[in-house]
Design a protein around this ligand. Structure first.
Ligand code: SOE
Length: 399
């Protein structure tokens, strides 16, 4: 795609960003677009050009609140605008494929929220469009933001350096409890036609991506089980993000409340995954533990500035998990932030995501990761999980 010309003052080219959707994820992404240029030395001047949503009043309010220069209601027009170079998709999964493929065809770089799509077929369409676009220098990435949590980026480095040896076990969980109350309304995340799946896609996709990223290995097969504990809920009269007001009428829950599966990695390691919105008391417990032949790493998002490391070479009398505070300038991303010892929060991984995405966009030939192909592979795993669960947990190959 043609390079925008450099700004006469900063010397950097301007990049116009359009964001589609402005609810919870839109607010987090807006914060990231606002903050990344102030914290990192980015290769572009970011212009938050336009936010797009179906409800004109709400979108106009969102533009003002979230810092966008303009607002629009028609995404098809937005993705074709000359002042837009990047399209950031923060809508529910049912519109990802149409928006992403149209934006790529219009020559816009695309950042798309996870999971990539609602079905394998949509994700295949997106990955194919991304491959064609890449040949013309147009980049795309899927927003598995947790790769950019500094403690997890540090864990990825340690594992890649061979610090824990050969991987034997991965235990990964994503535990939340925001729908334990059976009277919590039927928001879009609980409707298959909007979200594709429930805990599996919303939470499980994060840990599937993460465990494959950390180990550098793909899941080859799974045996799964799924449950929907509350099958009917009040319809919402209004909703925003994860909160909603219940109305009088009721409707069917059409997704899983919880999913659990065992699996195998290419190298033979055993994997156990659990994703649920019914882990009462667990608010955002995304946990991952990797056991290798020479050590282990363990992480829990509820203590997100910490990484536990066990080194099997330590003398017996001193052996134990050591708690590393991942808050030092030498740790991934931390050099750009606060003085040593001062931690980060939920939103920062999204700021890092903008940094990494734009860095890849600026570097000719570099493919931002996770790519749409990576997102598609997660989708294959999720399809295998659903097929296995529907067939009494039968072992099901991924693919
Ligand atoms: C809600 O379950 C949610 O916001 C997910 O949609 C996000 O992807 C996850 O990061 C936090 O929880």
């Amino acid at each position: 795609m043609p390079r925008p010309s450099p700004d006469p003052v900063s010397g950097r080219p301007r990049l116009g960003v359009a964001m589609i959707g402005h609810s919870f994820m839109g607010a987090v992404h807006s914060q990231a677009w606002r903050t990344a240029p102030r914290v990192f030395d980015l290769p572009f001047d970011v212009d938050m050009t336009v936010v797009c949503g179906r409800d004109p009043k709400g979108t106009a309010r969102a533009a003002e609140r979230l810092g966008w220069g303009d607002w629009a209601a028609d995404w098809q027009q937005v993705v074709r605008r000359d002042d837009v170079d990047v399209v950031d998709i923060c809508t529910p999964g049912d519109s990802h494929a149409d928006i992403a493929t149209a934006a790529l065809a219009a020559g816009k770089h695309v950042l798309c929220e996870k999971p990539l799509a609602n079905t394998v077929e949509e994700a295949e369409r997106m990955a194919a469009a991304a491959q064609v676009a890449a040949e013309a220098g147009v980049r795309s990435m899927v927003g598995f933001n947790n790769r950019r949590v500094p403690a997890l980026a540090h864990a990825a480095r340690l594992i890649a350096e061979g610090r824990i040896g050969e991987v034997r076990h991965v235990r990964a969980q994503y535990l939340q409890d925001w729908i334990v109350d059976p009277e919590f309304p039927l928001v879009w995340r609980l409707r298959k036609e909007r979200a594709g799946s429930g805990a599996l896609g919303d939470l499980g996709s994060h840990v599937i991506d993460l465990l494959q990223h950390l180990t550098g290995e793909r899941l080859t097969g799974v045996s799964a089980t799924q449950a929907t504990f509350v099958t009917e809920r009040p319809l919402p009269t209004e909703s925003s993000g994860l909160s909603a007001r219940a109305g009088e009428q009721r409707g069917q829950v059409t997704v899983d409340d919880a999913t659990a599966f065992t699996g195998r990695l290419e190298g033979g390691a055993l994997v156990v995954v659990e994703a649920t919105r019914f882990a009462t008391g667990r608010k955002n417990a995304m946990r991952i533990e990797v056991n290798g032949s020479r050590g282990s790493v363990a992480f829990d998002f509820e203590s997100m500035n910490e990484l536990l490391l066990y080194d099997a070479d330590d003398p017996e009398t001193e052996a134990g998990f050591r708690r590393i505070l991942v808050t030092e300038p030498e740790h991934p991303y931390l050099g750009a932030w606060w003085p040593p010892g001062h931690g980060l929060g939920y939103e920062h991984a999204f700021v890092h995501q903008v940094h990494d995405f734009l860095t890849a966009v600026a570097e000719d030939g570099s493919e931002p990761r996770p790519s749409f192909a990576d997102g598609l592979q997660v989708q294959y795993v999720m399809r295998a999980v659903e097929r296995s669960a529907a067939d009494s947990s039968r072992w099901t190959s991924v693919g």
